[in-house]
Design a binder for this molecule. Sequence first.
Ligand SMILES: Cc1cc2nc3c(=O)[nH]c(=O)nc-3n(C[C@H](O)[C@H](O)[C@H](O)COP(=O)(O)O)c2cc1C
Length: 357
Amino acid sequence: MTSLFEPLRLRDVEIPNRVWVSPMCQYSCDPVGAPGVVHDWHLAHLGAFAVGGAGLVLTEAAAVSPEGRISPEDAGLWTDEQARAWARVVDFVHARGARAGVQLAHAGRKASTYRPFEAAGSGSVPAAEGGWSTVAPSAVAFGGFAEPQALDADGLRRVVEDFAAATRRADAAGFDVVEVHAAHGYLLHQFLSPLANHREDAHGGDLAGRARLLLEVVDAVRAAWPAGKPVLVRVSGTDWAEGGLTLDEVVEVSGWLREHGVDLVDVSSGGLVPGASIPVAPGYQVPLAEAVRRGAGVATGAVGMITDPAQAAQVVAQGQADAVLLARALLRDPRWPQRAARELGVELPLPPQYARA
Ligand SMILES: Cc1cc2nc3c(=O)[nH]c(=O)nc-3n(C[C@H](O)[C@H](O)[C@H](O)COP(=O)(O)O)c2cc1C
């Protein structure tokens, strides 16, 4: 049985354990003075997880282009200045013995929105307040957000190039892992789902057409990324919506991802349409990760309401997933991995500065 605290090797990268930080947007960059540039907040936030013993520290969604940001305050990786700022975070994570990964993202029709804790408003940010017009597979809005423009051939090419350029910058910043964000209703998920993709060209229609942009992005990322470093993709295992993307389809796409050089599929769910009825409960997305792992023969990560050390250990021991990703439990307690190790009777070395704790 595999232990939660056993290393996981993906290509040439050894991740010291299977408790990983799930990406968490901080919406904390300065949109006017230094758009997309991470700073002390991000270093302290992500650094705490490395100090706390997480094996892989995945950053929040980093936009591959300005128009790919969810909010004006999102982090990015479309300039060299942004890459240098990330390098400081990466160096700190490495010094703690953890591996660092960046989630690369384009929000598509869910871009240009107010950050969730913005007092000024909610929904789409108008141009006068620093918003921009959004793009998507089809001119179909998400809920009450502004209507996006359908991407044309040039726009599609630019998206692929932007992911590749961000990947090169991720390598320059020293990241060990890139994760392509194809979940939660953002651009690549919009292409995958028939509820957002009404195209009649090669990038729509059947599953192969709807998955085409994702596979083009993965090919471009793989080509721009060292062969020894792993590529992850986050998917939504289901839209939880009538007529939406299904688990069977996601299993099939995950097999294609494996054939295109993806090393692990991080299985979340939902986000494509507002108001979906989601059976939220402890570990509710674990069966999706298990189905992808067994059906597509690819390593998976499980995420969502994993909060208890024994529960996390069981997911890995039973082979439902190769790693667990935690978000809110780590916000509550960045030392969760160390606490879990103690509870499970495993020795996880503390930073020497904390040896007396
Ligand atoms: C503050 C916050 C920000 C998030 N930002 C992202 C993100 O940037 N990318 C992403 O894929 N998921 C994001 N998520 C979702 C988490 O990664 C995770 O999938 C979700 O919270 C379920 O896991 P949990 O129950 O351990 O919190 C975010 C969640 C939270 C709480």
